[in-house]
Ligand binder design. Structure first.
Ligand code: PCA
Length: 321
C-alpha cells in the first residue's frame, strides 16, 4: 500500500515537473466590453503565448470575483496574484493615488502621460510598502457631464442625485450642491432606471457602454480629467515565477500600457460618435459653465494640497515644472 502510494507520488511528481503551468486569477471591476478589459485580455493572451502556457491568466470581470473595493486587499493578502482597479480609489490611503482625478489638472493625453510619469515613482514606493508592484496603468478618456436637458451653469446641477465613483467625484458633486451616490460602472443602467441617480460624470466609453441614451439626453464635453486604471501584482507571487516568466509578464505589461493608451485615444472619438448616433446631444460647455467648474476644481486642488503628503505634493511639482 505504502509502496503503491510512493510510486503514484513519484509518477505524479515526475509528470508535474515539466509542466509547471500556473493559472493566475485576475479580477477587474469592469465588464467584458470595456476597452480596458479587452486590453487586459490581450495582456493575458500575450503572457500565455510568450510562456507557452506556463502562466495562464484568467480574467474575472465586472466584479464577479471580488467587489471593486476589495480587489487591492485581495492582491495584498495573496487571495489573487494580480488585479485591476481604479487607481484613485486608493486616495483614502494617500492622496498621491488621487491626483489624476483632480479636475482640470491634466486634461489631455499629453498632460496625462506627463502626470503619470511624475506619479508613478511615488505610488510605486507606496505600493511596495504593501508588497505590491504596479504592472501598467491606462487612462480612461476625458471625463464629461451626462444630464437630462442642457446644463448652462453649475447652478443647474444643484439638487441632482449625482453618480460618483470615488472620493474626488463625491467632493465635486457636493461642491456643485448635488447629492453624490457611489455606484459601480456596471450598475449605472440600473441606478438610472430606478431613479437612484439623475446625472453623472464619466468617459464616453462608460457612457456608451452603459447605453446612456436609455436614460439621459445630453453629454457636455467638459474634458475635466483622465483618471487611470492600474494593474497591480503581488511581489511575493511575482518573485516566485521563473526569471523567464517574469520577463514575459513585464514585457506584456509594457506593451499593454502602450496599447491601452492608444485604445483610450481611439475610444474618446468613437464612443462619442456612438452616443451621437443614438440620439445623445453632444454639447460644448458654455463659458459660464466652464468658469463655474474650474472654480470647483480650484477649491478641490487647494483641499488636496492642504492634506497631501510631501511625496504627493512632489508629483504636482514635477508635473508643473
Ligand atoms: N469610467 C469608469 C471610471 C472612469 C470612467 O470613465 C466609471 O465610470 O466608473
Amino acid at each position: 500500500m505504502m509502496k503503491k502510494y510512493a510510486a503514484a507520488f513519484v509518477a505524479t511528481f515526475a509528470l508535474a515537473v515539466p509542466a509547471i503551468a500556473e493559472t493566475w486569477d485576475m479580477p477587474t471591476p469592469y465588464g467584458d466590453s470595456t476597452f480596458h478589459t479587452v486590453n487586459i485580455q490581450q495582456f493575458a493572451d500575450d503572457v500565455a503565448a510568450a510562456t507557452n502556457g506556463d502562466l495562464t491568466i484568467t480574467l474575472h470581470t465586472a466584479g464577479s470575483l471580488f467587489p471593486h473595493a476589495e480587489i487591492k486587499n485581495a492582491i495584498r493578502s495573496r487571495q489573487v496574484p494580480l488585479g485591476e482597479f481604479f487607481l484613485s480609489r486608493l486616495s483614502n490611503e494617500d492622496l498621491a493615488f488621487g491626483i489624476d482625478s483632480q479636475p482640470f489638472v491634466a486634461t489631455s493625453y499629453e498632460d496625462a502621460a506627463k502626470l503619470w510619469s511624475a506619479q508613478k515613482p511615488v505610488i510605486t514606493e507606496l505600493l511596495a510598502k504593501e508588497g505590491l508592484m504596479p504592472l501598467f496603468a491606462v487612462p480612461w478618456p476625458a471625463q464629461g457631464l451626462y444630464t437630462n436637458g442642457e446644463i448652462a451653469t453649475v447652478d443647474d446641477l444643484a439638487g441632482l442625485r449625482f453618480r460618483a465613483y470615488n472620493a474626488a467625484l463625491e467632493e465635486f458633486a457636493t461642491l456643485a450642491k448635488a447629492a453624490p451616490v457611489q455606484i459601480e460602472a456596471s450598475d449605472i443602467p440600473q441606478a438610472f432606471a430606478t431613479g437612484q441617480v439623475q446625472a453623472m460624470i464619466t468617459s464616453p466609453s462608460t457612457g456608451a457602454n452603459s447605453k446612456a441614451w436609455d436614460f439621459l439626453t445630453h453629454y457636455t464635453q467638459i474634458d475635466a480629467w483622465l483618471p487611470k486604471n492600474i494593474v497591480v501584482v503581488n511581489v511575493r507571487m511575482f518573485d516566485a515565477l521563473s526569471p523567464e516568466v517574469q520577463a514575459a509578464v513585464l514585457e506584456a505589461a509594457a506593451n499593454a500600457e502602450t496599447r491601452g493608451w492608444e485604445m483610450s485615444k481611439a475610444e474618446a472619438a468613437t464612443k462619442t460618435q456612438v452616443m451621437a448616433d443614438n440620439g445623445i446631444v453632444i454639447v460644448t460647455p458654455s463659458p459660464e459653465l466652464v468658469t463655474g467648474l474650474q472654480a470647483i476644481g480650484s477649491t478641490m486642488l487647494e483641499n488636496w494640497k492642504d492634506n497631501a503628503s510631501d511625496d504627493a505634493l512632489s508629483i504636482l511639482d514635477t508635473f508643473l515644472n
